[in-house]
Write a protein that binds this ligand. Structure first.
Ligand SMILES: [Mn+2]
Length: 301
C-alpha cells in the first residue's frame, strides 16, 4: 500500500524484506512461516456509484478497499490461531490491521511505536494523507461516521479501539488537534521526552503495565512505524523527524514486547527505499528486518 501518503515506493517494503532474508530469519527462530503474496490493491474494482466525499482524505476509496482486504485476512489468520505479521506499506494499513484484530480479539492492547500519533480523521487532517489516520479512524469518540466516506463504509459497524487500550512510544511530531485528543481522552503517550527522562527500560515497563496490569494475559498488537527510529539510522521513510529512537532503544522496544509472551500480531510500516540513496535504503531495510526478528523473539542470549 502506498496510497495513504504522497510518495511512490512504500509498497516495495515487503519484497525487500523478503529478499533480505526475512523468511529464513523467522524459521531460524522456530516459526513455521506461510508467506502470503502481497495483497493487490491496484486491481480493486472501485465502485463509482458509491458517491463522493467532500472531506479531507486522499485516495479514500483505494485505501478503504485495501484495508478491507487486509482486515479480512488478519481476522481470518487470528481466528485460525496463527500470528499475522503484516508488512507495509504506508501506515494507512493500520486501519485494516486494527479492524481485523478488534473483530477477532476485541480485548487486544495496542503498542504504537511512531514519531506521529496517527490520530487524525478527515475532519482534523491538514494534509488529507490517510497514513496519519489509522488510530483516529478506529478510536472510540474520535472515529467519523464511516458511512459518509466511500471505501470505508465497511468500517461503520466494526468494533472501536478504546482510548485506554493503546500506548504510544516515540512521539515527537504531534498535530495540535491530536494533542488535544491525547489529553482529553487521557491516552498513554510516552514521547521522546519521557524516553529521555526515564530511559527506555522504564518507559516500556510503564507502557506494558498500562495495557496489561488488569489483564496479564491480554493479547497485544505491535504497530511499528520505522519513522520512530532516528532518521540517521532509518533515512528511507516518508516523514522523517529528527531526534528519534537510537538503535538500542528501537530494539529494546521490540524485545520488551516480545518478552511479555502476549504478542499476538504485529506490523512494520513506512519503509520506503526510494527515498534514500542506496546505502541509506539498504540500512533502513536491514534495520526493519532486525527489528522484526527482535519482536518475533530473537534474544541476545
Ligand atoms: Mn505512523
Amino acid at each position: 500500500m502506498t496510497y495513504g501518503q504522497p510518495f511512490v515506493g512504500t509498497d516495495s517494503g515487503p519484497e525487500l524484506l523478503r529478499q533480505a532474508g526475512l523468511r529464513k530469519m523467522l524459521s531460524a527462530l522456530g516459526w513455521r512461516v506461510e508467506d502470503v503474496p502481497d495483497l493487490e490493491f491496484e486491481a480493486l474494482q472501485l465502485s463509482e456509484k458509491s458517491g463522493t466525499f467532500e472531506g479531507n482524505a486522499k485516495n479514500h476509496k483505494l485505501v478503504g478497499a485495501g484495508c478491507e482486504m487486509l482486515a479480512n485476512a488478519v481476522e481470518k489468520t487470528l481466528k485460525q490461531k496463527r500470528f499475522p505479521l503484516i508488512l507495509g506499506g504506508d501506515h494507512s494499513i493500520g486501519m485494516g490491521s486494527l479492524a481485523g484484530i478488534l473483530r477477532a480479539q476485541p480485548e487486544t492492547g495496542v503498542i504504537w511505536i511512531d514519531a506521529h500519533a496517527d490520530l487524525n480523521t478527515p475532519a482534523l487532517s491538514e494534509s488529507g494523507n490517510m497514513h496519519g489516520m489509522p488510530v483516529g479512524m478506529l478510536m472510540e469518540g474520535v472515529a467519523p461516521d464511516h458511512r459518509q466516506i466511500p471505501g470505508l463504509e465497511w468500517l461503520a459497524d466494526g468494533p472501536r479501539l478504546s482510548p485506554d487500550s493503546i500506548v504510544y512510544v516515540g512521539l515527537r511530531d504531534v498535530d495540535p488537534a491530536e494533542r488535544r485528543l491525547i489529553q482529553s481522552l487521557d491516552i498513554a503517550a510516552y514521547t521522546m521526552h519521557e524516553i529521555d527522562r526515564y530511559g527506555i527500560g522504564q518507559v516500556m515497563e510503564m507502557a506494558l503495565d498500562h495495557l496489561c496490569a488488569k489483564n496479564p494475559n491480554r493479547p497485544l498488537h505491535l504497530s511499528y512505524d520505522i519513522d520512530a527510529v532516528d532518521p540517521v539510522l532509518a533515512p528511507a521513510t516518508g516523514t522523517t523527524v529528527r531526534g528519534g529512537l537510537t538503535f538500542r532503544e528501537a530494539h529494546y522496544v521490540a524485545e520488551a514486547v516480545a518478552y511479555t509472551g502476549n504478542l499476538a500480531s504485529a506490523e512494520i510500516v513506512e519503509l520506503n527505499p526510494s527515498l534514500s540513496c542506496g546505502e541509506g535504503a539498504e540500512a533502513t531495510v536491514e534495520l526493519g528486518l532486525q527489528l522484526i526478528t527482535s519482536f518475533m523473539g530473537k534474544s541476545i542470549i
